[in-house]
Structure formats: structure tokens, C-alpha cells
Design a protein. Structure first.
Length: 160
């Protein structure tokens, strides 16, 4: 009986470590707007997505890539969107089955925007992509352990 409890605890510990191993393969994309759109793609671990495939989709044709390319060794990719096409541009970054998609809102270029962009005042940095916070990881791990222990205890109870 004692060995069963030890085995259950070991299995629970292994299972609670699994979500963090899986989450290490998530991808994050951040972008900076200016005269050109610059993206930086990294894994959750912070490692750059070197040579990742990039596809840029324009708002007027979201099914066909407007531009394709690859990230550099630092996970960076830069493109200049067509100023006459306003709307939500989508950038997809993929490498070895891992990837993410980010939506970048682009407004039609006006005289005010052109002046701000050319002077460098219109630059903003935005993070896209989500991961799990440490609190969420702890709560998910706790829920998994609670469920496994509860299930094991249910099947181990003595029948009366």
C-alpha cells in the first residue's frame, strides 16, 4: 500500500514538470512601428527564432501572402507596408512547427502621420503573443496534481 502512494507522488511530480517543458517551445513576437515595421521573434526561453519563415498578409487579401522572407540570426525581420492599404496586417512567423501570428494595425498615411514618422516621433513598440504567467503555470500544475491524486484515491478506496 505504501509503494502505491510513493508511485502516485512520483507520477504527479513528473506530470507537474511536463507543462513547463512544453511551454518552453512557445513563440513571442514583438514589433516596432515607424517608417518600417520591425519584428523580433523569440521563443519563450528568450532564444531568437533564427532563420524562421515569415509571411506578411495585407488587410485587402488575408489569404495570399503580401510578402515572405526569413528572420535573421537575431530573429529580426523588417518590412515597409503599402501606405495605401490601411487595416490590420498579419505577420506569421514559423520555425520547426513552432510559431505565432501577430496583428499590426496600420492607418492610412496622412500628412500628419508622415511628418511624425519621418521625424521618428511615431515609433511604438508592442509585444504580441502570449505566454503563461508563473501564477498560471502554478495553478495549472496544482490542478493537474489535484486531479491525479483525486483520481488515484478514488480507485484505491476499499470497497465496503
Amino acid at each position: 500500500m505504501h509503494r502505491r502512494y510513493v508511485a502516485i507522488i512520483i507520477v504527479c511530480l513528473i506530470m507537474s514538470a511536463a507543462p513547463t517543458m512544453i511551454l518552453a517551445h512557445g513563440a513571442h513576437i514583438t514589433y516596432t512601428t515607424g517608417p518600417a515595421i520591425s519584428i523580433v521573434a523569440t521563443y519563450d526561453s528568450g532564444e531568437p527564432m533564427a532563420d524562421a519563415q515569415v509571411a506578411v498578409y495585407a488587410p485587402d487579401d488575408p489569404m495570399t501572402p503580401w510578402m515572405t522572407g526569413t528572420c535573421d540570426a537575431e530573429g529580426r525581420f523588417t518590412f515597409i507596408p503599402d501606405a495605401s492599404i490601411s487595416g490590420n496586417w498579419e505577420v506569421q512567423v514559423r520555425q520547426a512547427g513552432h510559431g505565432n501570428i501577430i496583428t499590426i494595425p496600420i492607418q492610412a498615411e496622412t500628412t500628419t502621420n508622415s511628418a511624425a514618422m519621418s521625424s521618428g516621433m511615431g515609433s511604438t513598440a508592442v509585444s504580441g503573443g502570449g505566454g503563461y504567467t508563473p501564477l498560471q503555470i502554478v495553478l495549472m500544475s496544482g490542478s493537474i496534481i489535484w486531479g491525479l491524486v483525486g483520481t488515484a484515491l478514488f480507485f484505491m478506496r476499499r470497497r465496503n
